[in-house]
Design a protein around this ligand. Sequence first.
Ligand code: MIC
Ligand code: SF4
Length: 754
Amino acid sequence: MFDLEVIKHVYEKMDSQIKTARSILNRPMTLTEKVLYSHLNKNLDSPYLGGNSYVDFNPDRVAMQDATAQMALLQFMMAGKNKVAVPSTVHCDHLIQAKKNASLDLAQALDVNGEVYDFLESVSSKYGIGFWKPGAGIIHQVVLENYAFPGGMMIGTDSHTVNAGGLGMIAIGVGGADAVDVMAGMPWELKFPKQIGIHLVGELNGWTTAKDIILKVAGLLTVKGGTGAIIEYFGSGAKKLSCTGKGTICNMGAEVGATTSIFGYDQQMEKYLSATGRKEVAFLANKIKENLMADDDIYSDPQKYYDQVLEIDLSNLEPHINGPFTPDRSTPLSKIKEEAKINNWPTNVQVGLIGSCTNSSYEDISRAASIAKQATKMGLKTKAKLTITPGSEQVRYTIERDGLIKDFETLGAEVFANACGPCIGQWARSGSEKQEKNTIVHSFNRNFAKRADGNPNTHAFVASPEMVTAIAIAGDLTFNPITDFLINANGEKLKLEAPKGFDLPPEGFDVKDLGYQAPSKKTPFFKEIKVNPKSERLQLLKPFLKWDGKNIQGMRLLIKAKGKCTTDHISMAGPWLKYRGHLDNISENMLTGAINYFNNKPNLIMNFISGEYDAVPTTQREYQSAGIQTMVVGDENYGEGSSREHAAMEPRFLGVRVILVRSFARIHETNLKKQGMLGLTFSDSKDYDLIKEDDIFNFINLNKFKEGEDLLLEVKHSDDTEDIIKCKHTYNNSQIDWFKAGSALNLIKSEFKS
Ligand code: MIC
Ligand code: SF4
């Protein structure tokens, strides 16, 4: 068992911290407030304002996955520390490509990514970081099974860190530079969140699952509706959901932009803690139960205390199918036939994929397997391909022991390694290069264009693992297992029964080798970390230059991005994951997915040096060599999705000075600030329309950059007219210092030296 001492320490202090906070707030407290106020870095003297106050916290733990850990650790190595200040782990899950089957794919990954794994392993052992080897599982499942605890607070370099809210933890996704702060023993800053309460009543039944709750919530809140807020779930319906089901719901809170989501401690969590070898944690949590839930007054009058309240009756909730291209396009099952017709979606499903950090628990797999088993009994085969990626070695070992993998394989499904795989484009899908219009259905969380297989014409739909299995059997997106029949080889008309399964394995979890390697006890451990200067995969960082204190003048527009511009559009994953430790190489993908407003094409912008249309990174590199300053303009929710700070570091590295957008997603905005970029928003969102392809931009008052004061930007158009645009910013004084120093890391380094 991990962290018992840490947990005891948190629980010992919690009561008195909550009492102090309650006396200062002078009203009942939500669970979010209890956890946040018991992790403050400084003593509280007045209440914090949701959506307003910047607050310093002391998280209990840091988790990093391999694709983001490389950059996080390259930065940590520059911070001048010899050991991490809080328990931290690295998880090797994103770099394994799904191609043939679990063992061949894992062997291939060890070979192809050997240099990166060796780097992560040696940095981990040098600085006292726990290391989860390739094949151990997906970061968020491993965290839920081993580290998450009710009332705790953690950060992780991945947006779905929020998964741990299923076990009552405030767990927040961040960029690597934030993780560096905490690992270096500094407080971690967050704008105190607003709070959304979601009241769940009734009980799930039939084909409806926990996934459908969050698919519905995504439709209600949209991809930006949770920005700056923590979502707290409560009510009789919440208590009936399994702990991993709660995890699924919190996980996909990232898809509505929420800072995180959380459930109050209950018997389901107690059961899960015991089943995963943490009876002692459950015992400790039981003793302070009331601190791990909101006060009763909150639950009896939620409207009074949350900024927004939604209610969902689980008894009437239908299964949902979300997509394509965005996770908030939510369609109830009974409407899918109609919607598919109106929108001309291809209904012939080619592949159904089960897995990812959001849906790969024992419960998910056992319920989906019950559908597979029925189908085999009925003499059915899957019309579409079906693939499964288990979430952790513990789950994989247990489902194999319990015959569930067999149930899938008998139906013809393929089982991939315990990893992210197709969810992040690590999928050698044959034929995807032909870019044909096609449909896939998966139980993952994100379905942005090109994400799973690189094909912009793949229509990816998100559904529960149970529904994915049923749809893969039918091979038809519009198949409704509640009303529709299937026909087997004998021509018999058959109907699937609703899925059945176990929230936890009846025989208990089992595993031979978790895949964990503890850090060396001898830290600080004077091992030299070597990076081959010729490496294509790893490159040591050089500090970014500090700001010269002057107004930036004569900037050109690099690109005006139109519509959705997620981190997948800014720094694509899939084949590019291999360059996550090499800033120069990965910068070659900068903004290559963003759509140019002026020609509706990706990666084709006007290069004013050559006077011709060219690729975004090539053009920017030319501007950089010629000393031409540039800026990027974007639309709403710019930087939605991932925590990958590459999306902020690449423009910084290639010399872009400003990102000016209609609105930002939270993690990306912070990442830009941390890397010393200017991330600004249009004060009047209509001003986006004023920006022309050949404009020149001059700041008027950047030399007086101050907290709370708008920046003025002069926009000179080629017809000799000009506009003055007001740009809002959310930099506080210490964040302005990051900008001045060139990056937050430059500032940390100078503070440690002095
Ligand atoms: C994702 O789901 O988009 C990722 C890949 O897990 C990212 C992290 C990354 O880009 O490495 C995330 O969600 O933060
Ligand atoms: Fe991995 Fe996909 Fe989860 Fe991201 S969303 S951590 S890529 S499984």
